[in-house]
Design a protein. Sequence first.
Length: 223
Amino acid sequence: MEQLQQIYTEALRWYNLPFTALLALVLLYWVFSIIAGLFGAVIDFDMDADLDTDVDTEGGTVLGKFSRVLSDGEAPFTVALSFFAFLMWGMMMTLNHFFNPASVWAIGMAIMAASLAVALFITRAIMRFLSRLIRKIFGITPQNESFIDAIGVVITSEVTETFGQIEVYHDGVPCRFSVDLFPGSEPLIKGDYAKIVRKGRKGKTYLVVKTVEEPSLPKGNSK
């Protein structure tokens, strides 16, 4: 009981509180997602896109930019954010408990900066590893010609010339790809069908255009 009280007290300290709140939101998201899956509830908690802001960045939105920082577009934002929140909260709690028991402002900020750098590095490494492992297991090679002409569904709020994601089903497995809008083509929003036309920036994305065709894989890549 005393240990639980210590954890509670530490979690509510000013330098830990933001990450405690973030972890709580992430856990709440997964709880509702599981409930929705179990009971077939129609609940849309797609955090990949719906939280738009007025700040336009290289990644399209602040959320989109942060998603690229976490996983370089190789994993769903909610998964990457969950790993990051857990790592950040765990490091902040542990390091401050042992090295900052007096709640010194300077020490708390230094620990926060160090924890942020380490959590981002580990999250990116884990997301890249898991993404490549899953693709290898299911025989998926990203950003190559095998997915040219594939048609998927836009899962971000929009697709711009610098940001977006679509979902393509490969042997029944939903696969998400980072995409950019083909220059000069018709705008794409969430739920639209998008056709991959060629590889994009540095081979890390695909260029897509709007289509009315149903989602599918290229003929040579379907079974």
